[in-house]
Design a protein around this ligand. Structure first.
Ligand code: 13P
Ligand code: SF4
Length: 325
């Protein structure tokens, strides 16, 4: 989705979610970031888990990891700054070896991506010879290079069903695998060690507790949660699919079972809804701050590059993913 670049419009949006003193501190940085983007022909991609100031103040395009990967594949810009986590910038770099791809903090990782290496995938392939590998995009380039096709939570089921095989290695998110297993007749072989440190904290009891507090509660959970959570929810999908589901519903009270910034960002999209309950923060996503975004554009840091021998093997699995809606 295209984001706003007009400063008055950005201010009006942020006024709905930020305290006045925070906004006054943020606006000069936002102005500088918007100027640097124009001067350097840079495109800024903002994941739904960025804080409102980074999300609305800096982005040219906003969305979930699949939507932003598509934007990265499309762009004519010289520089791509990915405001998200490292694997997202790495995916943009896999698709654009001739462009400068930046991340504002190279330490912005992901517990899922860190749970698995290329050697782990090779070991699983040796254990299950001939079984195709579907890998959640939250993984390193080295893992993507061992993969037949990547997926995100937006298209995981379609990717699974697109393969002719009845048995599939589905890595590395064990809970996404469990959620998909409930929806497909194929046999998915999971990688038990992969969990999202944010979504694994939610339980079905949390949802039962909040349902008791609110009669008309709409519960929407990310499929990186365990199945007791997704089964107790009204909808489960990618971060952008969550927004779409809220738009199609009329409930006043909404519980988003996902990272905290999601509700902060949606408050200005749905001013008539109440985002209730609790949330957990992703420490990796929160490493991306306005000041670091400004420095990333100013000093053209920190560049994300993938060795060419790995990139050429990884790009096929990413392009196959992008082709599936
Ligand atoms: P989406 O693909 O739904 O945006 O999710 C990415 C992510 O990291 C969720 O934790
Ligand atoms: Fe990774 Fe979870 Fe953070 Fe998403 S929320 S980037 S899956 S640790």
């Amino acid at each position: 989705m295209q984001a706003m670049t007009d400063l008055d419009e950005i201010r009006q949006t942020l006024e709905k979610t930020m305290m006045p003193h925070e906004l006054e501190e943020a606006m000069p940085l936002i102005e500088e970031i918007q100027r640097l983007k124009r001067e350097k022909n840079a495109v800024v991609l903002g994941h739904n888990y960025m804080t409102p100031a980074v999300f609305y103040g800096c982005s040219d395009f906003i969305g979930d990891s699949l939507g932003l990967a598509r934007k990265a594949a499309d762009t004519e810009a010289d520089i791509i700054l990915f405001n998200g986590v490292h694997f997202m910038a790495e995916t943009a770099s896999i698709l654009n070896p001739d462009k400068k791809v930046l991340i504002a903090d190279p330490e912005a990782g992901c517990s899922l991506a860190e749970s698995i290496t290329g050697a782990d995938v090779r070991a699983m392939k040796a254990q299950y010879p001939g079984v195709p590998v579907v890998t959640y995009v939250n993984c390193s380039a080295e893992v993507k290079a061992e993969t037949d096709i990547c997926c995100t939570s937006a298209n995981a089921l379609k990717v699974i069903e697109s393969l002719p095989d009845d048995t599939i290695l589905f890595l590395p998110d064990a809970y996404l695998a469990k959620n998909m297993q409930l929806q497909t007749k194929k046999k998915l072989i999971p990688y038990e060690k992969g969990k999202c440190m944010v979504h694994e904290q939610y339980t079905g009891e949390d949802i039962a507790y909040f349902r008791k507090q609110f009669d008309d509660l709409l519960v929407i959970a990310h499929p990186e949660c365990d199945t007791d959570v997704t089964q107790a929810s009204d909808f489960s999908g990618s971060t952008s699919q969550m927004e779409g589901f809220i738009a199609r519903s009329s409930n006043k009270n909404v519980l988003l079972v996902t990272e905290c910034s999601m509700a902060d960002n949606l408050r200005s999209v749905f001013p008539d809804r109440m985002f209730v309950g609790t949330c957990h923060t992703c420490p990796h996503m929160k490493k991306i701050t306005l000041r670091k975004v400004r420095d990333a554009l100013l000093f053209e840091q920190f560049e994300v590059r993938v060795p060419e021998d790995i990139r050429v093997r990884a790009v096929k699995s990413v392009e196959r993913m992008i082709a599936i809606g």
